[in-house]
Design a binder for this molecule. Structure first.
Ligand SMILES: [Zn+2]
Length: 220
């Protein structure tokens, strides 16, 4: 299952740690580590009705958030070098990507460009901006960090734990033995290199019992 897609899409959630977070009216200058073609995007579930809202990476066919009807949105990750020479991911909002697209059209690939990121307002009035500062730096010694390991729990079981901790009611996810529909490959599909790979299954599709509640099984 490929959860990371390259290229320009929409965007956004907030995270800490490996991620660059902006505070209102505190602009941050960073150097872009790559051009727009190398933005990585991930489908993300944000449970906004809960505080703090859990943000969970969509697991596709085995995704508990999808099974509960939460619609994923796209988070776009742009690798940047901070003033302290750390490589971090900036989660780029669609408005920022639109601005950067204009710059890239005018200036060519944005790798090495110094940019000022800013956030103003709060709540629904929050606005993000990216302004080129006219400087280009050599970023060849920096590497784009591997994103997947930073994305938090990536198994159904561990996400269910997180959801339960956040107060999300997951009890409607009864363990059932659902038939997983066989996927028919499109005629022009490329044959997979690996001959037989077990399809990913949600734990509630895997179990034999049809009556057991979700919290009665599974470990992380
Ligand atoms: Zn999902």
């Amino acid at each position: 299952m490929s959860i990371i897609k390259k290229g320009i899409t929409a965007a956004m959630i907030n995270s800490g740690g490996h991620f660059l977070t902006l505070q209102p009216d505190q602009p941050v200058d960073v150097v872009l580590l790559h051009g727009l073609d190398d933005i990585q995007s991930v489908d993300t579930h944000s449970w906004w009705d809960y505080t703090p809202a859990p943000h969970l990476t969509c697991l596709g066919e085995v995704c508990p958030s999808c099974a509960l009807g939460n619609e994923p949105h796209i988070s776009s990750y742009y690798a940047v070098v901070t003033q302290t020479r750390e490589v971090k991911y900036f989660i780029a909002k669609p408005s920022v990507i639109t601005q950067l697209q204009k710059y890239e059209k005018a200036l060519g690939n944005l790798a090495g460009r110094l940019v000022r990121l800013d956030k103003t307002g709060t709540g629904l009035k929050t606005k993000y901006s990216a302004i080129m500062l006219g400087k280009k730096l050599d970023v060849s010694k920096y590497e784009v960090p591997e994103l997947e390991s930073m994305l938090g729990p990536l198994t159904s079981e561990s996400q269910l734990v997180k959801m339960t901790e956040a107060g999300i009611d997951v009890t409607s996810l009864k363990v059932t033995k659902k038939k997983v529909a066989k996927k028919t490959a499109p005629a022009d599909a490329v044959e997979p290199v690996v001959a037989s790979v077990e399809p990913d299954k949600a734990p509630w599709e895997d179990a034999e019992e049809t009556t057991e509640e979700i919290d009665g099984w599974g470990t992380i």
